[in-house]
Write a protein that binds this ligand. Structure first.
Ligand code: IPE
Ligand code: IPE
Ligand code: MG
Length: 254
């Protein structure tokens, strides 16, 4: 018995929304005595595999943390290399993403990126917008605190313009201004690379997300590791504040 669930009764549950902190590229490269950027390049290969798997098993949305608002403080050479890699990956993958129905979009403050990169991002977003497959959300120059601040500002500005009474603002009013307002909150959060922290990823959105941490470094993460995470997720009892008995009762009545 685990989490009050009979093990034989556990079925695979596909999360609607998976959010991943892709960590460990640098250490993976270091272990191979290669430059950190080599690890980032290999990380793109993992991204490709994970998108394919999510698309085929029916995950609605996959959000990947590609560059945090704090990552600008890395050595200039690494930051520049990452920017070049984003550009290259967008160029190389655009057509195959569109062909496979993947809808690509970016969240984060993209104004900090070069004009060229911003243009490319907009181009691939437009190219893939009508896809019917998994929605791939790349968090780049994203920070959870930034998101809460920018959504608060928008909520207040709109509220003032529409003469809204501050007491009428709700959690939903803020949610509607977040970078992920059109997405369900993540069901499953995965962090590779061994660290057990959120690192300023989707702070508001992760309130009731199931957390999964693995020591596997991102370039070594693969389909079977993702399957392992989904299997683990499938054993969790999501209570959202209720009791385990209430949840079971609801399930039997459904
Ligand atoms: C994650 O891998 C990728 C980015 C932050 C862009 P890291 O580069 O953080 O890898 P480690 O943590 O140094 O191994
Ligand atoms: C988080 O990884 C950001 C991304 C994966 C893009 P970091 O490697 O930057 O996180 P910290 O600094 O170890 O918390
Ligand atoms: Mg790291």
């Amino acid at each position: 018995m685990k989490n009050n669930l009979d093990k034989t009764a556990i079925q695979q549950i596909i999360p609607r929304h998976i959010a991943i902190v892709m960590d460990g590229n640098g250490r993976w490269a270091k272990a191979k005595r290669r430059p950190r950027l080599f690890g980032h390049h290999q990380g793109v290969e993992t991204v490709r595999e994970i998108i394919k798997m999510c698309n085929s098993i029916g995950v609605e949305c996959l959000t990947l943390f590609a560059f945090s608002s704090e990552n600008w403080s890395r050595p200039k050479e690494e930051v520049n290399g990452l920017m070049r890699l984003f550009m290259m990956a967008l160029k190389n993958e655009a057509k195959s993403l569109a062909k496979n129905g993947v809808i690509l979009e970016f969240i984060g403050d993209r104004s900090a990126f070069s004009e060229k990169l911003q243009k490319k991002i907009a181009e691939v977003e437009a190219l893939t917008a009508s896809g019917k497959g998994v929605r791939l959300v790349i968090a780049a120059n994203y920070g959870g605190r930034w998101d809460i601040l920018q959504s608060s500002k928008k909520m207040i500005t709109e509220g003032l313009a529409n003469g809204i009474d501050i007491d009428h603002l709700t959690e939903q009013s803020l949610q509607q201004q977040t970078a992920t307002q059109h997405l369900p909150d993540p069901d499953l959060f995965i962090r590779t690379g061994g660290e057990r922290r959120i690192s300023n990823f989707l702070l508001w959105q992760l309130a009731y997300t199931e957390l999964y941490f693995t020591d596997v470094l991102w370039p070594d993460f693969n389909r079977s590791e993702l399957q392992r995470a989904i299997d683990d997720f499938s054993t969790r009892q999501r209570r959202f504040g209720r009791t385990g008995d209430q949840v079971l009762e609801e399930k039997t009545n459904a």
